[in-house]
Design a protein around this ligand. Structure first.
Ligand code: COA
Length: 166
């Protein structure tokens, strides 16, 4: 089931995010997140929704959320998205359901574009983005360092112009 995240999910969301950080395959972030960090993020879900996938027993399998792209008003309809699944939940369609749910909510909220950056070697993320209609725009070369190594990132975008209420 895909649903909006609530405060009680903060610890589970942080734990899943920290797996993704520890794996070193998805983000330049290296600092683990705390439950308090996630509670702060959950206080801004009116503007930037955060959703979770849960199994039949109510266990959180993954999360996907929006965040600010740029502070300038002209970009108010563009959001960055992130998605992280528990290691045990990957590769069986949960990511696709979760990201599809987030895209639907983003369009309903009036966002006209979602963007993100993906490491070239992150095959699962690139395939997920492709499956959900994202376009690979290009590559930022040696964009930042992860554990001292300069890494490229691929920019992805999804236009919601045809889905966004006018
Ligand atoms: C990236 C991630 C969210 C994808 O979610 P998922 O549930 O594993 O993916 P799904 O099972 O829904 O698969 C989505 C598509 O990707 C493909 N795919 C999944 N894993 C893949 C892999 N390892 N290699 C290649 N393709 C893969 C699937 O075949 C599917 O394509 P299709 O619908 O055309 O058949 C998940 O693997 C994850 O959390 N990874 C670690 C964190 C991360 O990389 N986050 C993204 C940061 S940019």
């Amino acid at each position: 089931m895909i649903r909006f995240a609530r405060a009680a999910d903060a610890a589970a969301i942080a734990a899943i995010y920290n797996q993704g950080i520890a794996d070193r395959g998805a983000t330049f972030e290296t600092e683990p997140r705390t439950e308090a960090d996630l509670l702060e993020r959950l206080s801004n879900v009116e503007r930037y929704p955060l959703m979770v996938a849960e199994d039949a027993a109510g266990r959180v399998l993954g999360w996907a959320g929006l965040s600010s792209y740029r502070p300038r008003e002209c970009y108010a309809g563009i959001a960055e998205f992130s998605i992280y699944l528990d290691r045990e939940a990957r590769g069986r369609g949960v990511g696709r359901s979760l990201l599809s749910g987030l895209i639907e909510v983003a369009a309903q909220r009036g966002f006209w574009k979602l963007v993100s950056r993906v490491f070239p070697l992150n095959a699962a993320s690139r395939a997920l983005c492709r499956a959900c209609g994202f376009r690979e725009v290009g590559t930022y070369e040696k964009h930042a360092r992860l554990d001292g190594e300069w890494l490229d990132v691929i920019i992805v975008e999804l236009s919601l112009h045809t889905q966004t209420p006018q």
